[in-house]
Design a protein around this ligand. Structure first.
Ligand code: MG
Length: 227
């Protein structure tokens, strides 16, 4: 497959978990622990990679309805999400994704503006992003779960990202590691690149319409430097 970016790209809309941080194993474990504590016995940590990008409240509502036929209020979902966030923090030190800094520097070298577009509201990561990736994601160039009504796979997060970048969909690329994130990027009209940093096979990203698929961030960053 010949790999080529479209002409006229001005901005890169960059997801956070599984792209900038190797945080998905912690998220998956935190979700698994939360739902096990609530009496969900069918839970498997790998399942939660599939829901990455959805807001925490949406994931909680979906799993509790499906597994326990339980309806929850928004207040209850918020309280459970706070508990999940605490479980996540207790998983250990955050880890940067190997290759992510090189990827951002390569994008900057091509003159692209970078905007963070995450379905997360995890303050333990968001608060550190300026220190971990200085200059790439100032506050005015971030879209988090707190800024949108609809989480991924709805196009809203990436549409908001386009607004913050001040570009149209054909002038931006999306960088994602999650199937629902790829669906969101494509629905927003962007050229969407999947980097498979977790256990989900490339075929799932093909089905979601990813325009390019890379096996890991180091490979993607190296490729960016060659074009
Ligand atoms: Mg992600």
């Amino acid at each position: 497959m010949e790999r080529k970016l479209p002409e006229g790209i001005k901005a890169a809309l960059v997801d956070m978990d599984g792209v900038l941080y190797d945080s998905m194993p912690f998220h998956a474990n935190a979700w698994h622990q939360l739902f096990t504590d609530l009496g969900v016995t069918t839970s498997n940590p790998d399942e939660y990679y599939l829901y990455e990008g959805m807001t925490g409240a949406d994931t909680i509502g979906m799993i509790l309805k499906r597994e326990l036929n339980q309806d929850t209020t928004l207040e209850e979902r918020k309280a459970l999400y706070a508990k999940k966030s605490e479980l996540f923090r207790n998983c250990g030190e955050k880890k940067l994704m190997p290759g992510a800094a090189d990827m951002l520097n390569a994008l900057k070298g091509k003159g692209l503006n970078t905007v963070l577009v995450t379905g997360s509201a995890q303050s333990s990561l968001l608060d550190g992003i300026e220190k971990d990736y200085p200059g790439f994601f100032p506050r005015e160039r971030r879209v988090t779960a707190l800024d949108v009504k609809n989480g991924k796979p709805h196009p809203e997060p990436y549409l908001r990202g386009l607004e913050k970048a001040g570009v149209s969909p054909h002038e931006a690329i999306v960088i994602e590691n999650a199937p629902l994130g790829v669906r969101s990027g494509k629905a927003a009209g962007c050229f969407t690149i999947a980097v498979t940093t977790g256990p989900i096979p490339a075929s799932v990203f093909e089905k979601e319409g990813a325009d390019m698929i890379f096996p890991d961030m180091i490979t993607f960053a190296k490729w960016l430097k060659t074009i």
